[in-house]
Ligand binder design. Structure first.
Ligand code: SF4
Ligand code: SF4
Length: 517
């Protein structure tokens, strides 16, 4: 039995998971129109490689990764590209983004698929395949998996598969582990190979006993040296730093990444996607999503990326008193501005809300310094102080109090008796600090450009003077070609020329030193 460790704080909100785990994962009828955003991952937007009017096959590349941190995007079914333009997407800002609109032809015809035996390829070749298969973290952040693997190569001894799924209402990972544990374990073994890790641990909260049992069976049947561990159910136990702490006792230092202590975490759904990409040659075209809350049939669906969320909600049957929708969980999710937006790789859950399920919070009251928020904070911060600094715009002090270690889990807001929306203040402070840093970077860049321009003007002046002096010297040499003795005037001209050349050489030297500084 593995020894487990505690982390500081945490809360126990009602789980609300039972209603969406009564029935198996359901397929979704093929939508007639899909909108596929080209920016569904952390990093640079993928570059469109198809044009309106073009016919594409299921799994065909439609967005090429652009830059070191980027990921590919594919056609989720066969059909015709109707447009490449700005469309509303699932984002808290409500701002549109570049999307490919695909009109399905109904045949769902695959492009050629190529499977690989991962043991016959180098880790870096497999990472490239994952980048081109559009594999990103499915736990919510959608960080390109190839980049995470690259940063962890040769540094990671322990690979952790995150199946904690600690946030209320969300049950997509639970159902995936119950139904497709063998594929998850196979994908985890591929990740282990790519990282060169020795140990593989799965962390699953103990409110998912079926998932733990399914993983244990898959590990045994696959003959893998992995370990599926049931961990205590406490929010936010599925946050990477907290999960690492619980399973290994190791602390990720402030401002550092888990790889710096030899650990890397991937979501179980990401491992499943890695299996599909390599063993079945299928890029990331679909995901499991929980549709729950104020609906008649809360359920998990396997839906194509680009499916309008409204179609998923219609399948679950939202109730008449539904007042809105949240993407993600109630603690860390955000309200969807419009449910006609498409499902993206990061959409793990859609919750229909009502005044009964999510009563509006009472008005915020002044902070009474009760420190309940500090007791609940898993990052061991002082949320009441951070709140004060954010409110009074003392951003430097907020940073000094480790604002950026805040994982925005909302545990502090959950326990606050004054109903202060603390996380909103932290998000505000972080965005202000980032905006100021961005402005400073722009100002530094402008200063560097100005200095370089000055240097260039000086250099051009010097080069002109050098050319002129060379011409004058050549002319003088011509005059002296006859070997006649120099007149006093010629001697004076030659001396002046040599003095000017010496001055130019000095100037050039001092500029080189200036640039080297
Ligand atoms: S829990 Fe709320 S009232 Fe209590 S110290 Fe924290 S911010 Fe203040
Ligand atoms: S939101 Fe930030 S400050 Fe609040 S409990 Fe979570 S980590 Fe701590």
């Amino acid at each position: 039995m593995r020894k487990l460790f505690d982390f500081h704080g945490g809360v126990h909100p009602p789980s609300h998971k039972a209603q969406s785990t009564r029935t198996p994962i359901a397929p979704v009828p093929l939508p007639s129109r899909l909108v596929v955003p080209l920016h569904q991952h952390a990093g640079e937007t993928a570059k469109p490689v198809v044009k309106p009017g073009e016919h594409v096959l299921k799994g065909q590349l439609i967005g090429m990764p652009d830059g070191a941190v980027s990921s590919a995007v594919h056609a989720p079914t066969s059909g015709t590209i109707a447009a490449i333009d700005m469309q509303p997407v699932a984002h808290p800002s409500g701002l549109p983004n570049l999307c490919a609109t695909l009109i399905a032809d109904g045949s769902d015809e695959w492009a050629a698929r190529k499977t690989v035996d991962y043991r016959e390829h180098s880790p870096s070749a497999l990472q490239h395949l994952l980048r081109m298969a559009g594999v990103v973290g499915l736990g919510g952040a959608a960080f390109p998996s190839d980049v995470k693997l690259r940063s962890g190569m040769q540094r990671v001894t322990t690979l952790i598969l995150n199946g904690a799924e600690c946030e209320p209402y969300i049950s997509c990972d639970d159902m995936l582990m119950r139904e497709r544990a063998a594929e998850i374990a196979h994908g985890a073994e591929m990740l282990r190979y790519m990282l060169g890790a020795e140990a593989v641990l799965y962390g699953v909260e103990d409110n998912k006993p079926e998932a733990v049992a399914a993983l244990q069976l898959a590990i045994r049947d696959g003959g893998y040296a992995h370990e599926a561990v049931a961990i205590p159910t406490v929010y936010p136990g599925g946050s990477a730093k907290q999960l690492i702490r619980v399973l290994t006792g190791l602390e990720v230092p402030s401002g550092k990444l888990p790889t710096e202590i030899g650990v890397q975490c991937f979501n179980v759904a990401t491992a499943y996607t890695v299996h599909r990409a390599l063993a079945r040659g299928e890029p990331l075209l679909s995901r499991i999503v929980t549709v729950t809350g104020n609906v008649r049939r809360a359920q998990n669906f396997e839906a194509l990326i680009g499916t309008p969320i409204a179609e998923l909600v219609a399948l679950a049957g939202s109730l008449e008193d539904t007042g809105g929708y949240i993407m993600g969980g109630p603690m860390m999710g955000f309200p969807l501005p419009d449910i006609r937006v498409p499902l993206v790789k990061a959409t793990n859950c859609v919750i229909a809300t009502s005044a009964k399920l999510f009563p509006p919070p009472p008005p915020a009251m002044p902070c009474i310094r009760c420190t309940r928020c500090a007791d609940a904070c898993p990052a061991e911060l002082q949320p009441q102080d951070l709140f004060w600094f954010a409110q009074s715009r003392e951003f430097g002090r907020a940073q000094a109090f480790s604002l950026f270690d805040c994982i925005e889990c909302g545990a502090c807001s959950y326990v606050c008796p004054s109903h202060i929306p603390l996380v909103q203040f932290y998000r505000f402070a972080k965005s202000e600090i980032r905006a100021r840093e961005h402005d400073k970077q722009l100002a530094d860049l402008a200063r560097e450009r100005h200095e370089y321009r000055e240097y260039r003007i000086e250099r051009e002046k010097r080069e002109k003077a050098e050319k002129l002096a060379a011409r004058e010297q050549a002319a003088l040499a011509d005059k002296l070609a006859g070997g006649r003795p120099l007149t006093p005037q010629q001697r004076a001209e030659q001396a002046e020329l040599e003095a000017r050349r010496a001055h130019i050489v000095e100037l050039a030297k001092s500029e080189v030193e200036h640039v080297q500084e």
